[in-house]
Design a protein around this ligand. Structure first.
Ligand SMILES: [Zn+2]
Length: 169
C-alpha cells in the first residue's frame, strides 16, 4: 500500500476550539490538558483527535532548528513538541499540515519547510474567541465555572467575534 498521500493535521488548542478539524488529527498530551482546563468537556466531546508523544530525538531536533532561526525564545515546550510531531509524521511519509494561529509556530514551520494553515483565514481583521456564558441569563462566566452563580443555569460555550490587533512585525 502506498501511504504517501495520507494527509495528517497537527492541531493546537486553538484549532480544536475552532472545530475546523477535517481529516486525521494528531496532537500532543499538553494540548489536550490545555483544552480540558480552558473549556471543560463541552467541545472536547465533538472532536476526535489522536494523542501522541513525539520522540526526544525529534524534540531536540526542533530545539536546534529554533535556535538557529531565533524562534526558540518565543516557543513554548508545547509548541516545540507540536512541531516535533509534525517532523515525525513527515519522516513516516505522511503529508503534514500544522493547524495553528500561533505566529511563532507558523514562523518556524515555514522556515523549516512544514506546511502551516491558519485556523482563522488570513487577511480577516476580526477573529473569533470561545467564551463561556450562562444558558439562562447570558452573563459571561469564568472558564472554570459550569453553573451560573446568579441564576443556577448551565454554562454553554459560544463563539464571539473579537477585534484582532494586527501583529506588528
Ligand atoms: Zn445565569
Amino acid at each position: 500500500m502506498n501511504n504517501k498521500t495520507d494527509k495528517v493535521f497537527i492541531v493546537d488548542a486553538g484549532a480544536i476550539f475552532f472545530r475546523k478539524i477535517h481529516g486525521q488529527c494528531i496532537t500532543v498530551p499538553e494540548v489536550i490538558n490545555e483544552v480540558k482546563d480552558d473549556n471543560s468537556k463541552l467541545y472536547f466531546s465533538v472532536v476526535d483527535v489522536k494523542v501522541k508523544e513525539p520522540s526526544k530525538e525529534n524534540v531536540e531536533l526542533v530545539k536546534k532548528m529554533a535556535k538557529s532561526t531565533g524562534d526558540i525564545h518565543k516557543l513554548s515546550d508545547t509548541d516545540i513538541k507540536l512541531i516535533a510531531l509534525a517532523i515525525e509524521e513527515l519522516k513516516n511519509g505522511k503529508d503534514v499540515t500544522i493547524l495553528t494561529d500561533d505566529y511563532s509556530i507558523q514562523n518556524l514551520s515555514k522556515n523549516i519547510g512544514i506546511k502551516v494553515e491558519s485556523v482563522v483565514k488570513r487577511g480577516i481583521v476580526e477573529t473569533f474567541r470561545w467564551i463561556k456564558i450562562c444558558k439562562g441569563c447570558g452573563r459571561p462566566l469564568n472558564n472554570k465555572t459550569n453553573i451560573c452563580p446568579v441564576c443556577g443555569s448551565e454554562a454553554v460555550i459560544r463563539r464571539v467575534r473579537v477585534e484582532k490587533n494586527r501583529r506588528s512585525n
